[in-house]
Design a protein around this ligand. Structure first.
Ligand SMILES: [Fe+2]
Length: 303
């Protein structure tokens, strides 16, 4: 569907069919293109009055896929729906102390991996919308997809990529032990509640350690995804040298998904706002890795 948007509403991920007014930039003078880079979006916002976008080929004004990307969106939704069912049953088994094996989540990893490969923009847009009940599952699927996307971008070997995808799915399993009222609480948390939330990496690690043959990568990511480069993370306040590459990747993907998600009680940040905030958040992330993450997202036209 074609729509006219005001220049100030232009964002990356939109498919531009036509631009109003004269335009000298050789890149933007191509009349039809997918707006991939924030710098080009800024140029359009500054110099144009309005743009015609095609929502069947890119994002709509609200940052979600337009109504006509039906086929891609439907496929992504189906993948996510099936993945959520498998994940729900895996988390349920873990919660009841039953065993699981990595093989049980393998079909989820392969379908998420295929889907993110085919159309990352659509896949990540669909997972942005999280209702309270499904937030943890959808967050897990989204982090898994981001970790697969990013680790492939970094050129890691395929076995490690699959393990990082699995780690993304299982990293927050310790949240199963936190009551939903606390996880979904809108106001400030008291000290006990903060402690309960901060215990989730260790609780998750304990749950996963009981599973036979659980990969070291999955265990490491589960325990250390809230550690920070400046040593102010939790649960163990690890120093920079102690935080593995896998945990650093997870920390970036985890926070990025959390702040770009659409939640009922707060407005989401756009990809570029999120990356800007993360880059400005000194000491939290591995900056070199974070810059590569930004590049990875700009390549797939999410940022
Ligand atoms: Fe977490």
């Amino acid at each position: 569907m074609l729509k006219r948007v005001e220049a100030r509403q232009v964002r990356t991920g939109m498919f531009v069919e036509a631009i109003e007014g004269a335009w000298q930039d050789p890149f933007l003078s191509k009349r039809r293109f997918l707006l991939r880079r924030e710098i080009d979006a800024q140029k359009l916002r500054k110099s144009m009055t309005g743009v015609i976008i095609n929502t069947s080929r890119g994002l709509d004004i609200d940052g979600l896929p337009g109504g006509n990307i039906e086929i891609d969106t439907k496929a992504a939704r189906e993948t996510i729906q099936k993945s959520m069912q498998v994940l729900e049953s895996v988390f349920g088994r873990l919660q009841h102390g039953d065993g699981i094996s990595v093989d049980q989540v393998a079909p989820v990893i392969s379908s998420v991996s295929k889907s993110i490969d085919q159309n990352p923009t659509v896949f990540l847009s669909v997972t942005r919308l999280k209702s309270k009940d499904e937030a943890t599952f959808l967050h897990s699927i989204s982090v898994s997809a981001l970790m697969i996307l990013f680790s492939r971008h970094l050129g890691l070997d395929e076995t490690t990529v699959q393990m990082l995808g699995t780690a993304g799915l299982l990293h927050d399993v310790g949240k199963l032990e936190i009551p939903l009222e606390i996880l979904n609480k809108e106001g400030p948390l008291d000290e006990d509640e903060i402690k309960m939330i901060r215990d989730h990496p260790e609780k998750g690690h304990a749950i996963l350690s009981r599973q036979e043959g659980m990969s070291e990568i999955v265990l490491d990511v589960c325990l250390n995804h809230h550690e920070r480069i400046d040593g102010k993370g939790y649960p163990r306040k690890l120093s920079e040298a102690q935080v593995s590459l896998h945990a650093r990747i997870a920390a970036i993907c985890d926070v990025y998904d959390a702040i770009t998600s659409v939640r009922p009680y707060r407005a989401p940040w756009s990809a570029s706002q999120a990356l800007k905030w993360m880059l400005g958040n000194e000491g939290h992330f591995d900056r070199r890795l974070l810059k590569k993450f930004a590049l990875c997202l700009s390549v797939v036209a999410v940022a």
